[in-house]
Ligand binder design. Structure first.
Ligand code: GCW
Length: 700
């Protein structure tokens, strides 16, 4: 029988096509990051010069212009004293800067303001630090140390490990563009636990290929070096920094690098730290080692970033060791050496006080190293927005030059005369489609770049920008995408999701290590809880009990004068403030004090009860995030929604494990009940310990 409808086939087909189209709309692998905006609005870009960087600036404007149609935008070089380094001037006319790189950053700023609805007025914009780097802990075999987003984007194992493919070039370019859009201008391409091989001719050729892609985006390439390289690849009998042959070897190697990469940035060095070779192996010190490399790099303007992450299994409190080791050298380093210091004195814990080296080394440039990858903060499973943590750190007052001597000011050149200033973040980037594993971990890459550019930006502003750039103002109903009114989107999506991001760091601190607890994570993988872990014969400073010091009396590490005395490394009046449990911020109480289980907190609770409430509050927060996200479903494409939803479920389960593990373990010492109005544990301590041991065995 003939159908009444003459074109049934066609309409079925079109339904199928529509269905797949809408599926397409819903399939978002996150690869575009915060650079999603496209526009057909024409713009007239005027620039007297042409160069690779300016071509990119022009293309970016043409690709995403959202201002008036056919508006003229002038990109111009100028010579203005007030513009510093990569800074720029925005005006109704366009962007002016002293360098082409500055123009590119100005263009990205202009577009960001259009896309996020921020005013564009005449304004001078200068970066907080001269060098804003990402450190990649990428190994040459393609694995990434503490990476949770797949293998390296730079290195791989196998026969084609050194072949530069079109896919490589495309990926590196997308990486460079993302970095440039947030002001990052340097990349260290390999792990600080560095293979000497990276300095071999074959690998340097690949480094050159990468540098060539990064350059037009204003990004300089750096390498981590292994201090024993002259012995391993140079076949010398020593790597003694004062040996003439060693000096020559580094000079020649540096020359070879600059022949390939004329704008090479310099070396990052982890020496005499966690088993890495260093000058101390030859009876020399950090100054000898750093200055050797500084002299080799100096003719080319290269920098040495020498890490202060050093500690030994001595009787001295680990938190004091870097300060003790480096302070005597203040003023002895060449002026192209910067001492790279992790934000806290131990190791990227969920919350640490700032390292006392900040502000204390007054005659040596010091730079902060932040960890963007979430080694101790839930890998790429937990949603933890790190901007609030970095904001707290950068704005911490060191008091070294009176009130207002914040960590930011102690490193950005405004307090001390420094030839160079810098900041580094350990990257969370890998080959995963969405680069970072968790779609919200992209926000940490974004936030790091934005704060490195402008340390005064608030976490709120950064979260706001990132959400607006990363999620479109859309409603997704049954696979159909519709644009929604900004007001509706702001109210139902932006506001609650932003609040979730802003609460997420404190929540993680609460369910992992509240009130100043630290280093109580599981061994090796550092993902779950492990406050019990202390195998016989293990270095004490690698075991959690060394850090939490729980006993029948109480809990916490006494770092006052009656304990390790670490407080003495801080400047007054901070030193006195931290010394007394009454004036020490409660968020750091157990970092600096061993207090009794019945110690009265400011809110009247005992310490034990407060600990229980904090762990519980952390878990409840994550449960709340699940509600927020489920309610956001209508505004997010199916792919990203599903990925985040699944991870929040895993985060909830893991947060409950953290809470149960820590409370049940500490309860053995406190001998007090978990307050009865709190939810009861759902895990048994023995099971959690057994699970932990199984995982550890798998590593050993
Ligand atoms: O946090 C520790 C990590 C190591 C890392 C080391 C460092 C690269 O567990 O994986 O090694 O710090 O920063 O050198």
């Amino acid at each position: 029988m003939k159908s009444k409808n003459p074109k049934p086939m066609k309409s079925i087909l079109s339904v199928i096509v529509l269905f797949f189209l809408s599926l397409g709309l819903n399939a978002d692998n996150g690869h575009q990051l915060w650079l999603r905006s496209k526009s057909n609005i024409p713009v007239q870009v005027v620039s007297k010069r042409s160069s690779a960087i300016l071509t990119i600036a022009r293309q970016e404007l043409q690709h995403a212009w959202q201002g008036e149609a056919n508006q003229t935008v002038v990109l111009g070089l100028t010579r203005e004293k007030q513009i510093k380094g990569d800074g720029f001037r925005l005006s109704a006319e366009g962007v002016h800067a002293n360098t082409e790189r500055g123009i590119l950053y100005g263009v990205y700023e202009l577009l960001r303001r259009q896309q996020t609805g921020q005013a564009i007025r005449d304004e001078l914009v200068n970066p907080s630090w001269e060098n804003r780097l990402l450190n990649h802990w990428d190994n040459l075999d393609g694995t990434v140390e503490r990476g949770y987003a797949g293998h390296s984007i730079f290195w791989r194992a196998g026969n084609d490990s050194l072949t530069v493919t079109p896919e490589d070039l495309k990926l590196w370019e997308a990486y460079a563009r993302a970095n440039a859009s947030i002001g990052i201008n340097g990349s260290v391409l390999n792990n600080v636990n560095a293979s000497p091989k990276v300095l071999s001719a074959a690998y340097l050729n690949r480094v050159k290929a990468i540098a060539d892609v990064l350059r037009p985006y204003g990004i300089k390439t750096y390498l981590s070096i292994n201090f024993a390289s002259p012995m391993v690849i140079g076949r010398l009998s020593t790597a003694d920094p004062l040996n003439a042959e060693v000096v020559d070897w580094w000079k020649n190697k540096t020359k070879e690098i600059y022949t390939l990469i004329p704008d090479f940035g310099g070396f990052l060095v982890k020496a005499n730290s966690e088993g890495q070779p260093g000058p101390q192996d030859f009876g020399r010190n950090h100054v000898d080692g750093a200055n050797l490399l500084a002299d080799a790099l100096n003719p080319y303007g290269g920098l040495v970033m020498w890490r202060a992450f050093v500690y030994n299994p001595s009787d001295e409190d680990r938190a004091k060791q870097a300060y003790n080791e480096f302070m005597p050298f203040d003023g002895q380093f060449r002026d192209n050496v910067i001492i790279q210091v992790k934000n806290g004195p131990i190791d990227f814990q969920p919350r640490e006080p700032f390292s006392p080296l900040f502000g204390a080394m007054k005659q040596t440039p010091v730079m902060a190293e932040l960890q963007v990858t979430q080694e101790y903060l839930g890998h790429s499973i937990h949603l933890v927005f790190l901007a609030p943590m970095w904001e707290e750190f950068l704005h911490s007052d060191t008091w070294q030059e009176g009130e207002g001597s914040t960590v930011a000011r102690a490193t950005d050149g405004s307090l001390f005369k420094q030839k160079h200033t810098a900041i580094a973040g350990v990257a969370n980037i890998g080959l995963d489609d969405n680069w970072c594993g968790h779609d919200f971990a992209q926000a940490n890459w974004y936030a790091y770049g934005r704060q490195a550019w402008d340390s005064s930006l608030s976490s709120e502003q950064i979260a706001d920008e990132w959400l607006k750039l990363t999620f479109s103002r859309s409603l997704f109903v049954e696979g159909d995408q519709k644009v929604v009114l900004p007001m509706e989107w702001d109210l139902n999506f932006l506001k609650p999701v932003k609040q979730m991001m802003l609460n997420s760091h404190e929540a993680a601190v609460d369910y992992m290590m509240p009130l100043g607890l630290h280093h109580i994570f599981a061994a090796h993988h550092h993902y779950g809880p492990g406050p019990w872990w202390a195998p016989k014969g293990m270095r004490k400073d690698w075991t959690p009990p060394y850090y939490h010091q729980a006993d029948s009396e109480g809990i916490g590490f006494d770092r006052t004068a009656s304990g390790s005395g670490a407080v003495s490394q801080y400047h007054e009046p901070l030193q006195s403030q931290l010394s007394s449990p009454e004036t020490c911020p409660e968020a750091l109480l157990l970092w600096f004090h061993h207090v009794s289980w019945d110690y009265k907190m400011k809110n009247g609770r005992t310490l034990w009860n407060e600990l229980c409430y904090r762990y519980d509050q952390g878990v409840q927060q994550v449960r709340q995030f699940q509600k927020v996200w489920d309610q956001a479903e209508r505004y997010v494409d199916r792919d990203r929604f599903g990925r985040v939803q699944q991870r929040l479920r895993d985060q909830s389960l893991n947060a409950m494990e953290w809470k149960d593990a820590c409370l049940l373990y500490f309860q053995q010492y406190s001998q007090r009940p978990i307050p009865y109005d709190l939810e009861r544990p759902v895990n048994n301590l023995d099971d959690l310990i057994e699970k932990d041991q199984r995982t550890i065995r798998a590593y050993e």
